[in-house]
Design a binder for this molecule. Structure first.
Ligand SMILES: Nc1ncnc2c1ncn2[C@@H]1O[C@H](COP(=O)(O)OP(=O)(O)O)[C@@H](O)[C@H]1O
Ligand SMILES: [Mg+2]
Length: 293
């Protein structure tokens, strides 16, 4: 399913990836994309059937049972729920508007969030320069809102750890909010920037823009984030690192207890894709590094 995006053209990867930051401070996860169904097996799917008046939100394709109810979103609780609730409360009290609000547990024991109006892309594509810049500025605001906070612990900030376009709400063709904070955890900004630069600007697909144009977008992202010189020099390595973490996360899914997040074939294709992206980035390392100078 390709979603319309105004001036943007659908050219990049046909799949979304996902994070690979830390889940529960240790484990990351990956996301995929396709038709709006959950791929977690009949048992789990039956256990999370939406009730009347609940609209399934399956575009993320990782978490079973995400539903919209009016102007709220309900999600099964996870080991990270307490952290996410605290983080979203912190962001709200620090004036960061680019995230849902946490509204507590509903009568079925699910986490409840405010529904952020707009649309969430189900697939990667080529984003305009202004969209990339807006994503970079949004990420910077998120990091600044958590910098040196108790939630960041010994790390500089709290990272989202999965800031791909598939976890961003767009309004009027502009990225305005992150969603899906399950993987959020203390981290270094480059972890998010590496992931964001990769998933918003870089693609190994033959029909993707030329590498020079991809590198120009990475530069736009770094400029919009106001990335300092030492971190600019480290950004290509950060992208490469996130690509390998992505491959590693998918590899671990092969051994995960069932129901898995996807069937074996899909998991293998995600691993292969992550490694292809890594080879592409490594092969053009100089082009990316030069654009960032
Ligand atoms: N707070 C929200 N506001 C608007 N849409 C949301 C919100 N939370 C989730 N969604 C929608 O639900 C989908 C799945 O949610 P997400 O939390 O990303 O789950 P997953 O873990 O499967 O990626 C998203 O792709 C998005 O379309
Ligand atoms: Mg998601």
């Amino acid at each position: 399913m390709m979603l319309s995006g105004g001036t943007v053209t659908a050219q990049l990867a046909t799949v979304n990836t996902s994070p690979h930051g830390q889940r529960g401070v240790a484990q990351a996860r990956g996301s995929l994309v396709a038709s709006p169904t959950w791929d977690h097996g009949a048992d789990l799917a039956a256990a999370v059937q939406p009730a009347e008046g609940e609209e399934p939100l399956s575009g993320g394709r990782i978490t079973c049972g995400v539903v919209r109810v009016g102007d709220t979103v309900r999600r099964p609780v996870t080991a990270r729920s307490a952290f996410v609730a605290e983080l979203l409360g912190h962001l709200e009290s620090h004036g960061f508007a680019g995230a849902p609000r946490y509204l507590g547990l509903d009568d079925r024991g699910r986490d409840t969030f405010s529904y952020v109006p707009g649309w969430v892309p189900a697939r990667f594509r080529t984003w305009s320069r202004s969209q990339v810049a807006a994503a970079g500025a949004l990420l910077r605001s998120l990091h600044e809102a958590t910098r040196d906070s108790r939630l960041a612990g010994a790390h500089p900030v709290v990272c989202h750890h999965d800031p791909g376009p598939n976890n961003v709400v767009f309004r009027d063709d502009r990225p305005v909010a992150f969603i899906d904070f399950d993987t959020a955890a203390p981290g270094h900004p480059l972890e998010d920037l590496g992931y964001l630069a990769w998933t918003w600007c870089v693609s190994s697909r033959p029909q993707a823009p030329p590498v020079q144009a991809q590198a120009a977008r990475v530069r736009i992202l770094a400029d919009a984030y106001e990335l300092d010189r030492p971190d600019r020099a480290a950004l290509v390595d950060a992208m490469l690192d996130r690509q390998m973490r992505n491959a590693g996360w998918w590899r671990r899914q092969l051994d995960a207890p069932r129901p898995r997040v996807a069937d074996g074939e899909l998991i293998l294709s995600r691993i292969a894709w992550s490694l292809r992206e890594h080879r592409h980035t490594a092969a053009h390392r100089l082009v990316f590094a030069t654009a960032l100078r």
